[in-house]
Design a protein around this ligand. Sequence first.
Ligand code: CAA
Length: 384
Amino acid sequence: MDVGIDKIGFYVPKDYIDIVELAKARDIDPDKFTIGIGQDKQAVPQPYQDAVTLAASSADSILSADDKKDIGLLIVGTESSVDESKSTAAFLVDLLDLPEDIRSFEIKQACFGATAGLQSAYDFVSLNPGKKALVIASDIARYGIKTPGEVTQGAGSVAMLISESPRVLKLEHKSVYMTRNVGDFWRPTFSKVAFARGKFSNEVYVDFFTTLWDRYQAKYDVTADDFSTMLFHIPYTKMGTKALRTLEGKVSDEKYAELMANYQDSVKFSREVGNLYTGSLYLGLLSYLVNAAKANENLLLFSYGSGAVGEIYSGEIQPGFEKVIDKTSLETMLEQRQKISISDYEKMYEVEYHDGTIVDPAGVDAKFYLSEIKENERIYKKNN
Ligand code: CAA
């Protein structure tokens, strides 16, 4: 049975900051941010948006009533969870009008969460013919104002419907993975912002890629020539370039040029949005599908979650994939956002809702939003 991604959708908040303006406000040469880091814009969520509302929004953009009937598994990968006990997934059952006979939970392993969800969904669909699984990556990446990581923030969500006879990407069931206890990036439960050993995290990321790529080639007897494109976890768009550069001189010049060119198509959306944490690899996939992909291409995907877990796996783009992806809506969503000033972003960053907060719906510009915190319980609403 062929199993893989049947539908893929994305949601980004409506506000963003301009990276050149951020650089100027921090007294940094803008080229460092636009060339050295590789970002142009950074999505900024409203205080009434969180991992739950972002997840609801991306899933809502792809699900039909028929899909909902067939879903038996719902997994949300996030490291921006709003509750230490209740999963993001449980909130979504109401917001998305999903049936009750669903196994739902949240997975956390930094930016690896969505890949863990995707592989679990593969197993579930393979064992339950006719059933579908919904996997959602939803995060708000926060390092704090005036930190080195500030330029690598962002927010958004990617939803994927996993089914048999997938119309977008058939998963090959070929993968290699590894775990090492590494202190490159972490967020203690008391903190709203992440801590990172930035340069060390870059080194670990590249080391995971080279180690796993060597193992993948040996295990499946393949080379770079078997793939037209390699997709990467993209905390910032320069990061994947650093991994790809390890192939220079090891693959033909033509292959290296092809991989680099295709990588640029996969990071177009990320340049506009910033870090989605666990959704970043899948935003890269979506960007590639919208901007350059061709039917029957073999993709190699590198997933990395600090702490650290990495996985390389592969998939084949399905003929007709472009009919399942709403390219116009995605591009319109990105184009119709509004730029906010750096000082407005800084003010919004400090807003924290506490018990007793009631959000005025008149000020909400999103379909799904946090409406109230009552007895410390978060209550969500949907605008119709
Ligand atoms: N013009 C052009 N380029 C310039 C420049 C200029 N004027 N000034 C500097 N640069 C270049 C530098 O040469 C450097 O390029 P290389 O990386 O190719 O050498 C690049 O800009 C960045 O410069 P620095 O390394 O000096 O930047 P920094 O010290 O401010 O830190 C960072 C950069 C480490 C990425 C930091 O933003 C950070 O800590 N980010 C968070 C951690 C992270 O994203 N790590 C990635 C792997 S772990 C992961 O994936 C975690 C996750 O998603 C949650």
